[in-house]
Design a protein around this ligand. Structure first.
Ligand code: HEM
Length: 379
């Protein structure tokens, strides 16, 4: 276990604090570093609102025009393939074409919001990864429905699906970003948040590109498309094969459980998977293989705990990865070599975030590598 604590996570951390939390009181939490809210890359700070009165009048006139144009656009194009929100139509109407620099500013804003000492283990990053994944993982290859394109989790009943419990926290946090950058679509915003969350937790670079559009209530996906944590390998394959993933990609993706935790008031399950829930590592696989996992005796849903410290957890669905021969071979591979895990995770997560988006919508033929705050500060 000590070996796991001594690997990659340690050099990046500024502070180790312990927290008193049911089920996790015996270990120290590793927190990511604090960031500033300015844009370190450009040195820019948000504009001073007091200098904006004349711009505001222009903006009001502009918004009026936008609403008219947007409404007309909507009226003529509200079907599955051409749905566009008013804001997106406005973007076209005002000739505002965001550049990579604009998206980097959005990334920076998201990154500045991740660190939050009052929340969970000190970071919103894990719940943002879960938002990006649940927004994309509804994809059905056969019917070409679901996926990240329309950001339908904004609407009931999808927002209320059991699997999405607690994601209102992440969606509300992203509203702060949306206010500052109203031109970005929700699908782009949520997926970029997943990218920023992984990269800022010292994870791999996730190639990403914009182009998703906001859909409508009629586009919401049916319940049951996301995995049920109480089930095993057959269910996992049914769910992920439906999206177009293979065994190797499935195992790589679930390695995201290196970060974050389960919340009794969201999924019913409780506790983190690793000792460093805010640093992206391959520890999920190492712990799966190295620890002895036993069923936890408690009043909640069936979950496993590590026999040694009883402070970590595995879901039945996580444990299925070592009960299945094919899955287990990849668990071993990723436990042995974090670089291989990072490389495979990056490809699979990038693919996940693009599910359901027609290629004609991408603004660039090749995805971009967004810069981390550290990379921009180093310049
Ligand atoms: C068989 C597949 C999967 C199952 C059954 C599953 C299930 C769960 C459950 C039950 C939770 C706890 C939610 C809560 O109580 O807050 C959770 C959290 C999480 N999941 Fe998964 N998951 C799966 C795959 C994935 C994938 C593919 C990703 C990303 C690539 C992912 C990323 C996360 C993250 C980061 C959290 C922590 C969220 C937080 O700390 O708030 N999961 N997952």
């Amino acid at each position: 276990m000590a070996s796991i604590l001594r690997t990659r996570a340690a050099p990046f951390t500024r502070s180790l604090i312990s927290a008193n939390r049911p089920g996790v009181s015996n270990f120290s939490r590793i927190l990511t570093r604090k960031y500033t809210s300015a844009n370190p890359g450009t040195g820019e700070t948000p504009p001073d609102p007091s200098t904006k009165s004349s711009t505001n009048i222009l903006a009001l006139v502009g918004i009026g025009a936008i609403v008219v144009v947007g409404g007309a656009f909507y009226a003529f194009s509200s079907n599955d393939t051409t749905a566009k929100s008013t804001i997106q139509a406005a973007k076209v109407a005002t000739n505002f074409v965001p550049s990579k620099t604009d998206y980097q500013k959005v990334y920076n804003k998201i990154a500045s919001l991740l660190d939050a000492s009052e929340y969970d283990d000190g970071s919103y990053a894990p719940v943002l990864i879960r938002l990006a994944w649940h927004a994309s993982g509804t994809y059905d290859e056969k019917t070409n429905t679901g996926g990240s394109n329309y950001a339908t989790m904004r609407f009931a009943p999808e927002s209320l699906h059991g699997a999405n419990n607690g994601l209102v926290v992440a969606r509300n946090l992203m509203e702060q970003v949306k206010k500052e950058f109203p031109w970005i679509s929700y699908g782009d915003l949520w997926t970029l948040a997943g990218v920023a969350a992984i990269q800022e937790m010292q994870g791999p670079k996730i190639p990403w590109r914009p182009g998703r559009i906001d859909g409508h209530e009629k586009d919401v996906t049916p319940d049951g498309r996301l995995p049920d944590a109480a089930q095993g390998q057959k269910h996992i394959r049914d769910i992920f094969y439906r999206m177009g993933f293979n065994d190797q990609e499935i195992v790589a993706l679930i390695g995201a459980h290196a970060v974050g935790r389960c919340h009794p008031d969201r999924s019913g399950f409780e506790g983190p998977w690793t000792f460093s829930p805010t640093t992206f590592t391959n520890h999920f696989y190492k712990l799966l293989l190295e620890e002895k996992w036993v069923w936890r005796k408690w009043s909640g849903p069936k979950q496993l705990e590590d026999k040694k410290t009883k402070s970590l957890m595995m879901l039945p669905a996580d444990y299925a990865l070592v009960e299945d021969k094919s899955f287990k071979s990849y668990v071993k591979k990723y436990a042995d070599d974090e670089n291989v895990f990072f490389s495979d995770f990056s490809k699979a997560f990038s693919k996940l975030l693009e599910l359901g988006v027609p290629s004609s919508q991408w603004v660039t033929p090749e995805p971009w590598n967004m810069k981390t705050l550290d990379e921009q500060a180093d310049k």
